[in-house]
Design a protein around this ligand. Sequence first.
Ligand SMILES: NC(=O)c1ccc[n+]([C@@H]2O[C@H](COP(=O)([O-])OP(=O)(O)OC[C@H]3O[C@@H](n4cnc5c(N)ncnc54)[C@H](OP(=O)(O)O)[C@@H]3O)[C@@H](O)[C@H]2O)c1
Length: 311
Amino acid sequence: MKKSASVFVAGHTGLVGSAILRKLHSTGHTNIITRTHSELDLVDQRQVRSFFNEHRPEYVFLAAARVGGILENQRYPAEFLYQNLMIASNVIHQSYVSGVRKLLYLGSSCIYPRLSEQPMREEFLLTGELEPTNEPYAISKIAGIKLCDSYRRQYGCDFVSAMPSNIYGPHDNFDYESSHVLAALIRKVHQAVTLGSPSVRVWGTGTPRREFLHSDDLAEALLLLMEVYSDLGPINIGSGTDLSIKDLAEAIGRVIGFDGEYEFDISKPDGAPRKLLDISRIRELGWHPRISLEDGIKSTYSWFLNHSSEL
Ligand SMILES: NC(=O)c1ccc[n+]([C@@H]2O[C@H](COP(=O)([O-])OP(=O)(O)OC[C@H]3O[C@@H](n4cnc5c(N)ncnc54)[C@H](OP(=O)(O)O)[C@@H]3O)[C@@H](O)[C@H]2O)c1
């Protein structure tokens, strides 16, 4: 990717897209194209077609999606399935039609079977049943991978798919209803400290194990993939280590300075028991995560404090 090449970052206001944007700026890219959701609705085929006809980007990072935690996935399964299928279909097809040199599609670790062997290797895709709490979302993400693979097979398009673990960092969603676990816990623990509450309520049993990667580490991996990687199927990106939700809550409590109790609300779903990615393939390409979970929580909490009035 030449520094002057035109690069479209779809979803640049989000957690992942904003990290890609920071990385492109910091590495000297000068021709970056962005559109907010209200300027360009990627679910709308006509809008996507005219955008690609007009701008003809050379490279595309597809980081736009309808994203949310367990509650949102369960409340809005039709929207998660429909919008993500449409975004992937429209952007991938128009990238083919307008001759995009390379496209990088963002999926998620929920594409792997619920009771998958751990750590999860790329070849475990479609080898078992999906986690029911986010199955429609996972199906849309699998369709996106298959679109990239099929356009590569039939038309020779250089379209690749990256599967990150749980991502966190600046521009995360801290909303109580729709956030992912790490951002939700930062907000809850912060509120407990601010109000002097003796306890924090955590969804589920606290026993599921999850892997967390900072969005800046992810962006570094994604730019590397754009430069050096061209293959079928997904490639995993994660930190390579996991911890229980209880341990995560305690780690956040140490950073924020909360010394109360955690109450586990077992009436709420846990999701998959464990989700740890095998990251051997991306490590072989020379990438490794740099930001420790403790440092990442500290910097994300400080971002949250600086932006809490806007959230
Ligand atoms: N967050 C994670 O832990 C995680 C983990 C693994 C993979 N991923 C993947 O990474 C990608 C990005 O996730 P994220 O966490 O960055 O999500 P996010 O913070 O919610 O950002 C999503 C972005 O997409 C935009 N968008 C949504 N619908 C759109 C539409 N119809 N037209 C145009 N733009 C639209 C959003 O704009 P508005 O906010 O204005 O709607 C926002 O800029 C997703 O494919 C997701 O599967 C995320």
